[in-house]
Ligand binder design. Structure first.
Ligand SMILES: [Zn+2]
Ligand SMILES: [Zn+2]
Length: 112
């Protein structure tokens, strides 16, 4: 019996590998806000206004407090748009150039 070799089962394994129960940088659990203070600035957290890395955001606005979703930022959006370089590797450059961040929806939307 080697049902594990079925293509369907392999897809599920990749999905599970993508998923992280805690943030790889600051270690908060899914649904919790990333650590972000003077001592510990999570570099996974995104600015909820721009969709870009919060660490790099120096705009004069409230960046909000993003929660860890279990997937790296942009991964789900790229999967939905079909913009993957390979399993678990979203084409982030394409996301930044061919989509725009919608702060109200809190996700990327395709430019048309
Ligand atoms: Zn984090
Ligand atoms: Zn910001």
């Amino acid at each position: 019996m080697s049902e594990n070799s079925a293509p369907d089962a392999q897809d599920k394994v990749f999905r599970l590998l993508d998923y992280e129960a805690t943030c790889p940088d600051c270690g908060v659990a899914v649904g919790e806000e990333h650590e972000f203070d003077d001592y510990d600035e999570c570099d996974i957290a995104i600015c909820l206004m721009t969709g870009l890395q919060r660490l790099m955001c120096d705009l004069d606005h409230d960046c909000g407090r993003e929660k860890w979703t279990g997937w790296a930022p942009g991964l789900i959006d790229c999967e939905e748009f079909g913009w993957m370089l390979g399993p678990g590797f979203p084409d982030i450059f394409r996301l930044y150039t061919e989509a725009r961040w919608d702060p109200e929806k809190g996700r990327w939307v395709k430019l048309t």
